[in-house]
Design a protein around this ligand. Structure first.
Ligand code: 2AM
Length: 184
């Protein structure tokens, strides 16, 4: 057996909010209006707001993460993306929300608390909801208020990220609250 085959299997995971069709359309409209001429646009199917990045997670921990998500509640709310920001160091251009809705802030706190009990060390920096529009944006882009993109928040997802030469490929592993899945 090769050394590769002996390695414990891990996946790069994160919890996120995933946009529905209407939000994707609104973001694309905004992206068109902004007329970006540099960097690598995030493909439409990859648009999301990260709630909590977990990094490489061994396969045996996946069920614990799903069980944690099963226990969490999320009241319906709305995230209003109302600013364009250029984060110079990670070189990303993103839409950000001036305000974090209370249910989302509470969910992120509960996720952090829950994963800490599973042995993760979630980052301590305060949660800043952002939707990355483009990466490798090196020339200055003026930050400004934008026509708000309204994102109704109904559920959250656990996502696997695979990276290759083409960039990131995301697979949704679960969606919560689960009761919504039963609704046709
Ligand atoms: P970003 O959109 O600001 O790049 C998957 O990598 C997601 O997790 C991305 O949306 C990324 O945010 C976010 N993320 C947060 N912390 C990260 C880290 N340390 N490494 C990679 N991605 C991270």
């Amino acid at each position: 057996m090769s050394a590769e085959a002996n390695k414990p299997s891990k996946n790069r995971l994160f919890f996120a909010l995933w946009p529905d069709e209407a939000v994707i359309e609104a973001v694309e409209r905004m992206r068109g209006e902004l007329g970006l001429d540099q960097g690598r646009p995030v493909p439409q199917e990859n648009l999301h707001i990260t709630l909590l990045f977990l990094g490489d997670v061994p396969d045996e921990t996946l069920d614990d993460l799903k069980a944690l998500a099963d226990r969490l509640a999320l009241a319906s709310c709305e995230i209003v993306l109302d600013r364009l920001e250029h984060w110079v160091r990670p070189a990303v251009l993103c839409l950000t929300a001036s305000e974090v809705p209370e249910p989302v802030a509470e969910l992120v706190n509960q996720l952090k608390r829950g994963v800490r009990k599973l042995g993760f060390k979630p980052e301590k920096r305060p949660f800043r909801p952002h939707l990355t529009l483009a990466r490798k944006v090196r020339r200055r882009v003026g930050e400004r208020q934008i026509e708000p993109v309204r994102w109704p928040v109904r559920d959250f997802v656990l996502v696997k990220s695979d990276r290759d030469d083409q960039g990131s490929r995301y697979t949704i592993l679960g969606r919560w609250p689960r009761s919504r899945e039963a609704v046709p």
